[in-house]
Every structure is written in structure tokens, then in C-alpha cells.
Write a protein of this length. Structure first.
Length: 253
């Protein structure tokens, strides 16, 4: 038998956390919530469930998620965000892992994203494969400013699970634009520190290719008007990311 601890980092997640916690009931052996000193009802809601609630000033996404893994009672960790929950298919797959004596060191799953009321099946946003269940003795979160991910030790086997991780990503178009503006600034800072060279031509080519790839090649047009809007927004993110990098490097000279 394999015991699994679910870990969740939170900050003012009163609108999402109950859905997430409810989906984990009877699926994992333990739930650990590491909270970045929320000022809303996140803690109050968490206490309605059987969770270990740990206040911790934010250490950055990588630091906070690795801290949460360290607090778990079990070596197998399922990292899940507060705005995510389990589909029935994914619940069944996790229960299978718990029945194993020798599970794989890591498991990936598809994430299905919901954008202001619609599940998006194309636009480069699905299957959105994520590595979320892992043996903390053999892997950890890595990354710098944004888009952190679990990196496993060399030669660790990774298996893929059926079923979707359901992600209630953004409740409005404006919320997505604001978040991507924040992410583009963080990514640009990272690129600049790495000395990534960016020309004006590259900025526009990257932007055009991003839209064409997501909308045409990856069938974003099948998601209708919302697919078109999403492809434009993510193409603009690409533009902002590289143009900000160019500006940072220029101002540093």
C-alpha cells in the first residue's frame, strides 16, 4: 500500500478551496495546506475538513511548494492548486496508486482548463500535461520566478494517469490579462538575467508564430469565439514577455 499526502499552497482562496478539498476526500491519506497568511476565510473553510493547516509567509512559488512537501507525513506527494479539483476518472487512478506496493516514482496527468465558464479543449491549453504526484525523495520543485515544475532525478520512471485534473483557471478575461501581465514581467526578468538576446524582429516573429500555432495548428478555432480571444491574449503574452526582456536588457546597458 502507498500513502499519499496532498499539498496545497494558498493565499486568499475562499472562492476555490472548498471545491478542491471536497474532491480530495477519501482519495488521499492526508491533506496539508500551507497558507501565505490569508486575510479572507481560507483558514475557516479549511477547518471544516480534515487538513493540517500551516501558516507560512510566502517563500516564492518554488520555496513554498517544496516547504509544503517537507511538511507532509508521507513521501508520495500530490501537489494540487486551490483552484483545481479531481475528475472522477482521476480519483479512480489515484486510488489505484494507493493500492500498489511499488508505485512509479512520478505520475503525470492531463489538466483541463476552464476559462470564464467554458472548458477549453484546444488552443494549446489541452492536454496541458502536469507532473503532480511524485516521491519527494527523488524529485522537487525547481524554477526561478514563474512556471515552477517538479524535476525528478535522472532515470526516474514517470507514468501517465487517465482522467483530468480540472482547473478553474480564470473567472473573467480581465483576470487572465492581469495575471499574464504579471507573468510576462517575471519571465522577462528571468530571461534578462540569463542574458537571452531579443531583437525587434524576434519579438514580432514569436508573437505571430504563437497565434498561428495555437489557433490554426492546435485547432484553437474549434473553441469558437472564446478560442480566438484566448489565442490573441496568449499571443500578446508572448509579445509582452519578449518586449519586456528587450527593455530590461536595454536599460541595463
Amino acid at each position: 500500500m502507498t500513502k499519499i499526502s496532498a499539498t496545497i499552497i494558498t493565499l486568499n482562496e475562499e472562492k476555490n478551496i472548498s471545491r478542491c478539498l471536497a474532491s480530495l476526500q477519501d482519495v488521499v491519506d492526508e491533506i496539508v495546506v500551507v497558507d501565505s497568511l490569508s486575510t479572507d476565510k481560507t483558514e475557516e473553510i479549511c477547518k471544516k475538513y480534515q487538513v493540517r493547516f500551516i501558516p507560512q509567509a510566502f517563500l516564492g512559488y518554488v520555496g513554498q511548494k517544496n516547504f509544503a512537501a517537507q511538511q507532509a507525513s508521507n513521501d508520495f506527494v500530490f501537489n494540487i492548486d486551490a483552484d483545481e479539483c479531481l475528475s472522477e476518472g482521476l480519483k479512480a487512478e489515484i486510488l489505484k496508486i494507493r493500492s500498489l506496493d511499488n508505485p512509479a516514482p512520478a505520475y503525470t496527468m492531463n489538466r483541463l482548463n476552464n476559462y470564464w465558464g467554458s472548458w477549453i479543449k484546444h488552443c494549446g491549453l489541452y492536454p496541458d500535461r502536469k507532473l503532480r504526484i511524485y516521491d519527494r525523495r527523488k524529485g522537487e520543485f525547481q524554477g526561478k520566478y514563474v512556471h515552477e515544475k517538479v524535476v525528478m532525478k535522472q532515470d526516474c520512471e514517470t507514468q501517465h494517469l487517465k482522467g483530468d485534473l480540472l482547473h478553474y483557471a480564470y473567472t473573467s478575461e480581465q483576470a487572465l490579462i492581469q495575471q499574464l501581465d504579471k507573468f510576462s514581467t517575471l519571465r522577462a526578468k528571468e530571461y534578462a538575467e540569463r542574458g537571452k538576446q531579443v531583437s525587434s524582429v524576434k519579438v514580432y516573429l514569436k508573437t505571430a508564430w504563437k497565434f498561428f500555432r495555437d489557433y490554426v495548428i492546435l485547432l484553437g478555432f474549434l473553441d469558437g469565439r472564446k478560442g480566438f480571444r484566448l489565442c490573441r491574449i496568449y499571443a500578446n503574452y508572448e509579445y509582452q514577455k519578449y518586449s519586456k526582456t528587450k527593455s530590461i536588457i536595454k536599460s541595463a546597458k
